[in-house]
Ligand binder design. Structure first.
Ligand code: AMP
Length: 280
């Protein structure tokens, strides 16, 4: 991959990159199309499909994460990707099973809260694999989804802090008709859970409505947290992990919620942990 990418760059071709864990859906496809738009018809669009073990905790869903390589390759082709990188663990983490792999990339501030608090080793895995993929794919542009807002912010920070010559684009969240954010993990939901899973979207809308009603005065975070908790508690299979209100760029928590603030939440629906976020 790296040899191919360096050869493209020597030819003056711009590379656009979309890292994924596969089981591709319309959200991923929108990122691939966005990458194409960024590099133009003459550029090269690369998609990676890799279920990165270092971003999963031992208790999480690594081994049962959904996979469909044949379907994914078809979707990449339809979306106009030029190359799909499907690395294996041995090439990404040489010697890891024998304890020899020992180099990681760590962002130390933005990763402290929200997903980082609930999943303490998660972002170390994300920044490490994305840094490695950037070195393999040599992109001028990389596209990430707003669905994982904190992840995109952490990647932007890493790119700035480590001087990666990569422009990071964050593309909007693609949703099902009933508002549920598309996610490979939605496959885990049975039909009852699938219905209840819309509570994430309903919670985001409830927050926006309350802020609108306050007409510029802002709403105290505590009140919104209680309302969201109450809404989620009405669903028999849903359990709120966190709901957070923060500045969209610094991710610093706010005490009053008004226009420009971002809200993110994580909810277990049955055993499946779903996340979503929106601007208010
Ligand atoms: P994943 O395969 O879940 O690791 O996601 C790969 C990329 O696709 C990440 O940048 C995600 O933020 C993005 N993504 C996932 N779901 C969506 C969605 N529903 N809409 C837009 N982007 C998404």
């Amino acid at each position: 991959m790296q040899r191919q990418a360096l050869s493209w760059r020597r030819q003056g071709l711009k590379i656009g990159f979309v890292p994924t864990m596969g089981y591709l859906h319309a959200g991923h496809v929108s990122l691939i199309r966005r990458a194409r738009r960024a590099v133009g018809a003459a550029g090269r669009v690369v998609v990676s499909i890799y279920v990165n073990p270092t971003q999963f905790a031992p208790t999480e869903d690594l081994s049962k994460y959904p996979r469909d390589l044949a379907g994914d390759l078809e979707r990449c082709r339809e979306a106009g990707a030029d190359a799909v990188l499907v690395p294996n663990d041995a090439s990404m983490y040489p010697g890891r099973d024998e304890g020899r792999y020992s180099t990681y990339v760590v962002e130390e501030r933005l990763t402290r809260r929200m997903e980082g608090e609930s999943r303490p080793t998660h972002f170390r895995g994300v920044t490490t694999v994305v840094a490695k993929l950037f070195l393999l794919v040599q992109p001028a542009v990389a596209v990430f989804g707003a669905k994982d807002w904190q992840q995109a912010s952490v990647i932007r920070r890493m790119v700035a802090d480590l001087c990666f010559p990569v422009r990071v684009i964050v593309a909007p969240t693609v949703r099902e008709r009933d508002g549920l954010a598309m996610s490979s993990r939605n496959k885990y939901l049975d039909s009852d859970q699938r219905t209840q899973a819309t509570v994430l979207w309903r919670a985001l809308q409830l927050v926006s409505a309350r802020v609108r009603e306050a007409a510029g005065r802002g709403v105290p975070v505590g009140r919104l947290q209680r309302e969201v908790a109450k809404l989620v508690a009405k669903e028999s299979q849903a359990r709120l992990d966190y709901v957070a209100f923060f500045h969209p760029e610094t991710l610093e928590p706010v005490t009053r919620v008004g226009a420009g603030v971002r809200v993110a939440l994580a909810v277990y629906v049955g055993a499946t942990r779903l996340i979503d976020n929106a601007g208010v």
